[in-house]
Design a protein around this ligand. Structure first.
Ligand SMILES: Cc1cc2nc3c(=O)[nH]c(=O)nc-3n(C[C@H](O)[C@H](O)[C@H](O)COP(=O)(O)O)c2cc1C
Ligand code: SF4
Ligand code: SF4
Length: 369
């Protein structure tokens, strides 16, 4: 087993289920625990529940937009849901969301009493009325975190947003407020698409963007926090396979959460990621997250540190009989040609930009550097 210790909670895997409708009540949380989740974060609990709007989730084959907001179960109802959830024997983290520190603290104390193992403060919902998500204001995050931390004994995680100019300063504010960890990222404010015949956007208001396309943003957020703040991090955003979980861990996360993949493929998606990660860890004889955590940070330089070395680098081509001309069109410098089933790269014209090596579906091009 790949041992994981996150916020003092011993988990059998670093892969958790994120907050969302797939963890909306006791039964759905039980299902995710049975699917193997290291921990499950509940859909965000709030003090004023509203009826769901319809429709509220859109998907374009790559990413999803949602305007689901939060749990439709009243805080009192969570006593029973938590009991059902905990009966599966797993770790359950209660997510809470509110506009004021005292409201948050109230929800946290209730959920602590109901048996939650930790609290995740979701101050990063991209759909509140205000354009500025709460998680973009370090002072607000500090006040909210401090109030919750001083009212519960449980570990407190603050869930951060990428919708901010400086995620480090927000993570620092969470730490100063007493948070035991941060999770990043929540969904990102978006409009998925517009129907050009009717002029209607995919959903009736701005929503949160999730799934594969946000993973590069999540990875950068986690790396930035890991490089600037000494606090345990849970990586979230676009995880759809065990490799993605490893990317987050290698950039400094101690654990990860999966959301949209469960929404699109069911709890089996979680089981697949967990089992594949376990298989990889056994093959590589890696028995704990600590052994690989932050491995990629050593190779992550600031732009100023990058040396233009070697002075020249060129791509090299190979025999290629595929009915394809992708690399030829991609090369903005006109360096690639194809003749008699061979790819030629003109060393005089190639500037070593690297793009063709990523574009070739057959991985036939290599950059010598
Ligand atoms: C339909 C939907 C509902 C969500 N509800 C919540 C929520 O109640 N609280 C919260 O903190 N995050 C919520 N999220 C955000 C996810 O927990 C997660 O941070 C985000 O989707 C990015 O991860 P993913 O790309 O794996 O989905 C929701 C996401 C989706 C798609
Ligand atoms: S590395 Fe860039 S410049 Fe060189 S052949 Fe490939 S695409 Fe063209
Ligand atoms: S992109 Fe790859 S497969 Fe396509 S022509 Fe170039 S080398 Fe061949």
């Amino acid at each position: 087993m790949m041992k994981t210790e996150f916020l003092g909670l011993r988990m059998k895997t670093p892969v958790m289920a994120a907050a969302g409708p797939w963890s909306r009540d006791g039964e759905s949380i039980r299902r995710l625990i049975k699917a193997g989740a290291g921990a499950v974060v509940t859909e965000s609990v709030v003090s004023d529940t509203l009826l769901d709007v319809r429709p509220r989730i859109a998907y374009d084959g790559m990413g999803a937009q949602n305007i689901r907001l939060y749990s439709d179960i009243q805080i009192e109802g969570w006593e029973r849901e938590m009991e059902i959830a905990k009966s599966a024997g797993g770790v359950v983290i209660a997510s809470i969301s509110a506009h004021t520190p005292s409201e948050l603290a109230y929800l946290a104390t209730k959920l602590e009493k109901f048996g939650a193992d930790a609290i995740e403060i979701s101050v990063s919902n991209p759909m509140w009325e205000s354009l500025e998500v709460m998680a973009s204001n370090p002072e607000t995050v500090f006040e909210m975190t401090k109030e919750v931390v001083s009212n519960v004994k449980l570990p407190v995680i603050v869930k951060l947003s990428q919708n901010t100019t400086n995620i480090s300063s927000v993570a620092k504010a969470a730490k100063k407020g007493g948070a035991s960890g941060v999770s990043a990222i929540n969904t990102i404010r978006c409009i998925l698409s517009v129907d050009i015949e009717t002029g209607k956007p995919s959903l009736a208001t701005y929503g949160g963007y999730s799934g594969g396309p946000i993973r590069p943003l999540g990875l950068a957020s986690v790396a930035t926090i890991a490089q600037t703040v000494d606090i345990p991090i849970c990586g979230i955003g676009g995880i759809n396979g065990y490799e993605n979980a490893l990317e987050y861990i290698m950039l400094g996360a101690s654990a990860v959460q999966v959301g949209t993949a469960i929404m699109l493929r069911g709890p089996d998606a979680l089981t697949e990621i967990i089992e594949d990660l376990q298989r990889w860890a056994e093959e590589k004889q890696i028995d704990s997250v600590a052994r690989i955590k932050g491995k990629a940070l050593r190779n992550l330089k600031s732009f100023d540190e990058i040396k233009i070395e070697p002075a020249t680098s060129t791509a090299s081509g190979v025999p290629c009989t595929a009915d394809c001309t992708l690399c030829i069109h991609t090369c903005m410098y006109g360096a690639i040609s194809k003749n008699d089933g061979n790819i030629y790269v003109d060393k005089e014209l190639c500037t070593g930009c690297g793009l063709c090596t990523f574009v070739c579906p057959a991985k036939k091009l290599k950059l010598d550097w």
